[in-house]
Ligand binder design. Structure first.
Ligand code: SF4
Length: 470
């Protein structure tokens, strides 16, 4: 059946990137609107293989342009139930990236698709071909889907209308875990979907911690593991509680060793600074520590400006992703802001100082009234952020004073003493656990006396000049 398509389909195209110069069209993404959605239905309601396209097709699109894009699939089968909609929906990313010349990023309302010029030159002329190929892969890989039909939309008004409905579905899914907590279950769920581009990523989904991509919650993990035991989602037995507040469990640590190929052996699910969860790259929001105010800021994909640390989302996402534990950065799913265990090891919301206004509005029902979180309207750099936090008596300001007093006391007691190796950092500055990062040690030669350790450093060398020693 695959021969009828003018493109190849294989996991080897998963990492394919389509750059601007190779782009035929871009669909959805940051410059437009879109979403993907899977709904379950009765067998009688689904016409197997049917594709409906609303709006211009690929051959009618202007080269180099961006169009809105929605993909709605209806699935039916004996084992199909609403519980599995999310995990089937997440596989759309997987399967579509198998298509040569087609790049799919992100999930839900954040999807971003690119189609290459080369794919069009080879004969790709209709989005219906993409829909048919995707549905074929869904049925081949997930045999519990007996019938599937697709509606693709490229008409802006229609995308906007359907997006409102889709948001209600996402919201209802997210609400399901609010009354269930980590301590109520013995099993968490893992996912390896992102290991194709983040090989050491250890994704653990618990009742109090939605996945980084935001598309899979604990119920989805459970349904996926049940319906597709050989699939990418699987159970992780919690094991012994090692740190209740930080969210460290022996079963999760064992899974971390296994899934990261030995790179990581500890994960604290509710900690930013100490053995944080790894970050793959498709997280909805990235958190960044600002030592100048001893607070954490958050920035999401939709925010186009720079955060008070001077960096945009894209730069911080590049710094954070790849399946690593990165000191000072953390990727999360938006729904984790609503968790009662949200970064509880670090003080939770008491540590949050900044986020874009649109994101703050989205999660405002979870922010305690006593915490004033700045947005781009209040602070655009560290100085204006400091001013805002002082004015609003943000809890982090108390730590500044305590920190200064502690420093003064230390200086009075031992003005010239250098900190001992392994000593705790000044109070107020969080203790950052040792991370297993690539490191390089440069010794000062046989004479000793100098040791430089470069940990997780990125070094660019423009020119090397080698001269004969005089
Ligand atoms: S972020 Fe986690 S849950 Fe989501 S697709 Fe990636 S590995 Fe799976």
């Amino acid at each position: 059946m695959a021969e009828e398509f003018p493109f190849e389909m294989s996991p080897m195209y998963e990492g394919e990137r389509i750059r601007k110069d190779d782009l035929y069209v871009e669909l959805a993404g940051p410059k437009s609107k879109g979403f993907e959605l899977v709904r379950s239905a009765d067998m009688s309601e689904v016409e197997d293989g049917k594709v409906t396209l609303i709006g211009p097709d690929l051959k009618d699109m202007e080269e180099g342009s961006t169009y809105p894009f929605a993909m709605i699939y209806r699935i039916a089968g004996e084992g199909v139930e609403p519980d599995i909609e999310s995990i089937v929906e997440r596989r759309n990313h997987d399967f579509q990236n198998y298509i040569q010349g087609y790049m799919h990023l992100n999930q839900r309302y954040d999807i971003w698709v690119r189609i290459s010029k080369a794919a069009v030159e080879k004969g790709l002329e209709s989005l219906k071909q993409i829909a048919e190929a995707t549905m074929m892969m869904f049925k081949n890989e997930l045999p519990f889907i007996e019938k599937i039909e697709a509606t693709y939309i490229t008409d802006l008004a229609e995308v906007e209308k359907e997006l409102e409905e889709a948001k209600k579905v996402y919201e209802a899914r997210d609400a399901r875990t609010r009354d269930l907590h980590d301590e109520d279950v013995d099993t968490f769920y893992g996912c390896t979907l992102c290991q194709s581009f983040a090989p050491t990523n250890v994704c653990v989904v618990t009742p109090d911690r939605v996945s980084l991509c935001g598309a899979i919650n604990w119920f989805d993990g459970r349904a996926a593991a049940k319906v597709d035991p050989e699939g990418p989602q699987f159970p992780i037995e919690k094991g012994e509680v090692i740190d209740e507040i930080g969210g460290e469990y022996s079963g999760v640590n064992e899974a971390a060793v296994r899934l990261s190929g030995g790179m990581y052996d500890r994960i604290k699910l509710h900690s930013f600074f100490e053995y944080p969860h790894t970050s793959c790259g498709c997280f909805e929001v990235v958190g960044f520590y600002m030592p100048e105010v001893d607070g954490i800021g958050w920035v999401d994909r939709d925010f186009k400006g720079t955060a008070p640390n001077g960096l945009p989302f894209s730069t911080m996402a590049g710094q954070t992703g790849g399946g690593r534990q990165v000191v000072g950065f953390l990727g999360i799913g938006i729904n984790y802001f609503r968790s009662p265990k949200f970064l509880q090891a670090d003080g939770g919301w008491k540590k949050v100082v900044w986020m874009p206004k649109a994101l703050k509005d989205k999660v405002s029902d979870s922010i305690p009234e006593s915490i004033a979180v700045a947005t781009e309207e209040d602070a655009t750099d560290i100085e204006s952020l400091k001013k805002f936090l002082i004015e609003k008596k943000h809890p982090v300001v108390e730590t500044w004073t305590a920190e200064e007093e502690e420093e003064e006391k230390k200086e009075e007691a031992a003005p010239a003493a250098a900190p001992a190796e392994g000593a705790a950092p000044p109070s107020g500055i969080p203790t950052v656990a040792p991370m297993q990062m690539p490191s390089m040690t440069v010794s000062g030669g046989s004479g000793g006396g100098l040791k430089i350790v470069l940990s997780n450093a990125k070094i660019t060398v423009d020119k090397i000049i080698v001269k004969k020693k005089e």
